[in-house]
Structure formats: structure tokens, C-alpha cells
Design a protein around this ligand. Structure first.
Ligand code: NAP
Length: 278
């Protein structure tokens, strides 16, 4: 399938690592020119240099997205370099554990880390996106649907992101700008690996989580996340807007009674349904 993305221009927030890096790599593989807005300079610069050797554009823009001025500057620098913006991928975020006990100030800081810059980036890129009849893809999280406990700021931000996805899809439909969200549940990234490494038995912890993922009992890969983003960014999804896509191997929505094979056999689950016990 030709995704018709050659020479389009994308801004990706948090594109130096994890899911964002997967998105940057997949966009560039489709011929997109990318601006990567990230805090840490070393990784972004190295990525830029690596792609430059191959004749590809991966402009690094240093900035901490919790500062809305950094968002404005990122859009300005992207336009100065490439002259247009076709795709905005709001991706940067962190599950920072600002729970009910943390207090209002910590809650607001968490919204700054996870929600406010999604709005700021869309605001500053708005005119450019309208001119190009471009699109926005927001990366969310299953946490806004399932809850997690101890992470009010992150959960509220991710719920807000779903709300904004629908809101902006309505507001921008008349301008031909599409807006969609992609939600991971358990995606394998270096950060995830680092978190599990801090546990007494990382392999056992990984295995335990994997058993809860219906499709293949494995983590989602960053490439699988990126493939959905790239498809939504492309004109091949030209009539898709306001959608919230879960790329999670069925983790968020499927009935665990029927899918957690280690706990209940398929036959057992079916028998329960027939006798009406739930
Ligand atoms: P990650 O590996 O930590 O990568 C995030 C990237 O964003 C890093 O390069 C980080 O830079 C950058 N970043 C974060 N906050 C920033 C800020 N304020 N300013 C500039 N750059 C910033 O995270 P990930 O797991 O790929 O997560 C990406 C998105 O997916 C997030 O929105 C997250 O909530 C969502 N998500 C992930 C999972 C999962 O299983 N991995 C599950 C649910 C949702 P630094 O290196 O400087 O921190």
C-alpha cells in the first residue's frame, strides 16, 4: 500500500525514545520529514546526525514541553525549516504517580507534563495544519479507561486527551483536519524494561504481565504502535476522524474470563457462560 506520505512534514513530541522513537522511524521510512521535540539533547542530536548520513531529515528541537513557550518555539522552528506542517503527533508523557495524596500542586504539575502541551502544540500548529489540511494524532493510555490507582494526574490527562481528540475532530472537520488518538496498554520500551529491572524478579514480572494480554500473551511492540500512527497520518485513512484506537492486543476490552488462559480454560469459560454464572 502506498501511504502517500512522501515529503510530508511531521512534528513528533518525545521522539527520541520508546514509542515516539518508533513513530519517528516509521514516518521517516515513509519519506516524511520529521521535527522531533525532546528534552534531552544528546539522543535527539545523535538521531538527527544518524538520519542526515542517510539523506533523511530528523530535525532535533530541544525543549521541555512543560513550558508552553517551548511548544510555540518548536512549531516556529519546524515552519522555519520545512515551511509546512502536515502531521502533529502529541506523544510525550510520563506516568508520574501524582495520586490523591500528592495534593493539588502535584496534580497541576502532572497535567503540565501530560496534557497541557498537547493543547499548546495543537494551538500553535493550528494555522499550519489548516493550510495543509493535515492531521493530529494524540497518544493516550488505557489508564483513562481502566484506572490504575495512585496516578490521578496521569489518568486525568489521558482522559482529557480522549476528550480533546473528539472535541478537536468536531472543531476542525470543516477545515479538513482529522484528529485521532492511539492508546497503548503494555508496550515494550527501554523505560518499561528499566522499570521491571528494578523488581526482584524482572523475568517473572514480565511473564505475569504478558499472561494478561489476550493476543499472543506478549507486549505490544513500538513498531505496532507506530504502524497505526503512520496509517492514521496518511491520506489512506482520509475518512477517519475522532477515533480512539487501542493498540493493545485486546488488553483493555476483552473478557479476561475468556482470555486469561492460565487461569481458566476456554472450555471452562464457555461452560460458565452456558450455566449463567458470571
Ligand atoms: P518514554 O520511553 O519515556 O519516552 C518518552 C519520550 O518523551 C522521552 O524521550 C522523553 O524525554 C520525552 N519527554 C517526556 N516528557 C517530556 C517533556 N516534558 N519535554 C520534552 N520531552 C519529554 O515513554 P513511552 O513509554 O514511549 O511513552 C510514550 C507515550 O505513550 C506517553 O504519552 C505515555 O503516556 C504513553 N503510554 C505508554 C505506555 C507503554 O506501555 N510504554 C502505556 C500507556 C501509555 P526524556 O528522555 O528527557 O525523559
Amino acid at each position: 500500500m502506498d501511504l502517500q506520505l512522501q515529503n510530508k512534514v511531521a512534528i513528533v513530541t518525545g521522539g527520541s525514545k520508546g514509542i515516539g522513537l518508533g513513530i519517528v522511524q516509521s514516518l521517516i521510512a515513509e519519506g516524511v520529514k520529521v521535527a522531533n521535540v525532546n528534552r534531552s539533547e544528546a539522543e535527539g542530536k545523535a538521531l538527527e546526525a544518524e538520519y542526515a548520513k542517510e539523506g533523511c531529515e530528523c530535525l532535533f528541537i530541544q525543549g521541555d514541553l512543560t513550558d508552553t513557550e517551548a511548544c510555540r518555539i518548536a512549531v516556529e522552528k519546524t515552519l522555519a525549516r520545512f515551511g509546512r506542517i502536515d502531521i502533529l503527533v502529541n506523544n510525550a508523557g510520563v506516568n508520574d504517580g501524582a495520586g490523591l495524596n500528592a495534593g493539588p500542586a502535584a496534580f497541576v504539575e502532572s497535567l503540565k507534563r501530560n496534557l497541557i502541551h498537547y493543547y499548546a502544540m495543537a494551538h500553535y500548529a493550528l494555522d499550519a495544519l489548516k493550510s495543509s489540511q493535515g492531521c493530529i494524532i494524540n497518544i493516550g493510555s488505557k489508564v483513562c479507561e481502566t484506572g490504575q490507582g495512585g496516578t490521578s494526574g496521569y489518568a486525568a490527562s489521558k482522559g482529557g486527551i480522549n476528550g480533546l481528540t473528539r472535541e478537536w475532530a468536531v472543531e476542525l472537520a470543516g477545515d479538513g483536519v482529522r484528529v485521532n488518538a492511539v492508546l497503548p496498554a503494555e508496550t515494550w520500551t527501554p523505560l518499561y524494561e528499566k522499570c521491571l529491572a528494578a523488581m526482584p524478579d524482572p523475568e517473572a514480572a514480565r511473564h505475569e504481565i504478558e499472561q494478561l494480554i489476550p493476543l499472543g500473551q506478549r507486549f505490544t511492540t513500538i513498531e505496532e504502535m507506530a504502524d497505526m500512527v503512520v496509517f492514521l497520518a496518511s491520506p489512506r485513512s482520509s475518512h477517519t476522524t475522532g477515533q480512539i484506537m487501542f493498540v493493545d492486543g485486546g488488553y483493555t476490552h476483552l473478557d479476561r474470563k475468556c482470555t486469561a488462559l492460565s487461569n481458566v480454560t476456554k472450555f471452562g469459560a464457555a461452560a460458565e457462560c452456558k450455566t449463567g454464572t458470571k
